[in-house]
Design a protein around this ligand. Structure first.
Ligand code: IPM
Ligand code: MG
Length: 359
């Protein structure tokens, strides 16, 4: 088993260090190799996804990823911005299926801005298509070169596109996932306006015929955004395109009040995957030792389960995370109002506590 460790920018290095610590404590035979990615890679090598980093990712069974991005790169030409590293990895590795669970931990019910009764027991799985849509269409604007020239800023556009096979394969992923859960899938689109969404919906309906045991319903994306805060527990598996999935997964994660807790997995057709926390690089708190490493640690658990065939070790990590929460340990983001038996801990202390709680 070989994994590429790409910590990236901002809090990336701090949180990935804790996940690596947990993986090492499991005593599995995992070879780990690190490389630069994102803004730090641009600074060192002039590109956010240097060829050596991409080659390492391709040659590994899985990638453990931190986060990329910093405001200081905001003025760069599009192709050199840190975000291009994660988009490049998704495209180059064919990581089309993005799993973003939004789970409300019992101990953290009060961390949400929603009423506890709305979110207690919440367990949603957002499945986001990750290599198509407007993210990978034809862009044109001030920061994208066309034949080596940069067009003026009078007009800019990005094209939204999906092909039938792209929708089919993510539909299968969603229905398969639903079979292991409540057997319900909500497909989210904007078919009242967009042709891509009409194709999306048509293909979902067709593929659903192969899963008679799964109930499929459809929701327009604006309504879905509303229903997510109105009655989030109505949802189980949500499948949607790249752009809508980006937005809805942030919304869903914040329902739980703890984006610092939520892992994600991006898989290709051969179960090679990239695992990263659902949150970003948080440059405002980088280097302070206060970031929550649990999302990254839980991402490492997903990696063990999905790409490395080590489901038992994944369960061990997940149980250890639950145990440290039960003990009252909290990083600043999930500290809430504090109270009796609740202890504020640093990034490092949280990582150590998870290691200590492994049984
Ligand atoms: C995410 C992020 C990325 C995305 C950015 C960093 C390119 O927001 O993983 O959700 O838009 O997909
Ligand atoms: Mg996002």
């Amino acid at each position: 088993m070989k994994i590429a460790v790409l910590a990236g920018d901002g809090i990336g290095t701090e949180i990935v260090a804790e996940a690596v610590k947990v993986l090492k404590a499991l005593d599995l035979k995992i070879e780990m190799e690190s490389a630069l990615v994102g803004g730090v890679a641009f600074d060192a090598h002039g590109h956010p996804l240097p060829p050596a980093t991409l080659a390492l990712a391709k040659a590994s069974d899985a990638v453990l990823f931190g986060a990329v991005g910093d405001w200081k790169y905001d003025k760069l030409e599009r192709q050199f911005r840190p975000e291009q590293a994660i988009l490049g990895l998704r495209k180059e590795l064919g990581l089309f299926a993005n799993f973003r669970p939004a789970i409300c931990y019992e101990e953290l019910v009060d961390a949400s801005s929603l009423k506890p009764e709305l979110i207690a027991g919440l367990d949603i799985l957002i499945i986001r298509e990750l290599t198509g849509d407007i993210y990978f269409g034809q862009p044109r604007g001030r920061r994208t070169a066309v034949d080596g020239h940069f067009p003026g800023s009078e007009e800019a556009f990005d094209t939204m596109r999906y092909s039938r096979p792209e929708i089919e394969r993510i539909a299968h992923v969603a229905f398969d996932a639903a079979r292991k859960r409540s057997k319900r899938v909500t497909s989210v689109d904007k078919n009242n306006v967009l042709e891509t969404s009409q194709l999306w919906k048509d293909v979902m309906v067709e593929v659903a015929k192969q899963y008679p045991d799964v109930v499929l319903d459809h929701m327009l994306v604006d309504n879905a955004a509303m229903q997510l805060v109105k009655e989030p527990k109505k949802f189980d598996v949500v499948v949607t395109g790249n752009m809508f999935g980006d937005i809805l997964s942030d919304e869903a994660s914040m329902l739980t009040g703890s984006i610092g807790m939520l892992p994600s997995a991006s898989l290709n057709a051969s179960n090679q995957g990239l695992y990263e926390p659902s949150h970003g690089s948080a440059p405002d708190i980088a280097g302070k030792g206060i970031a929550n490493p649990l999302a990254t640690i839980l991402s490492a658990a997903m990696m063990l389960r999905f790409s490395l065939g080590q489901a038992e070790s994944a369960l061990r990590i997940e149980a250890a995370v639950k145990a440290v929460l039960a003990k009252g340990l909290r990083t600043a983001d999930i500290y809430g109002k504090g109270g009796a038996g609740i202890t504020k801990v640093s990034t490092l202390e949280m990582g150590n506590a998870v290691v200590a709680a492994l049984v």
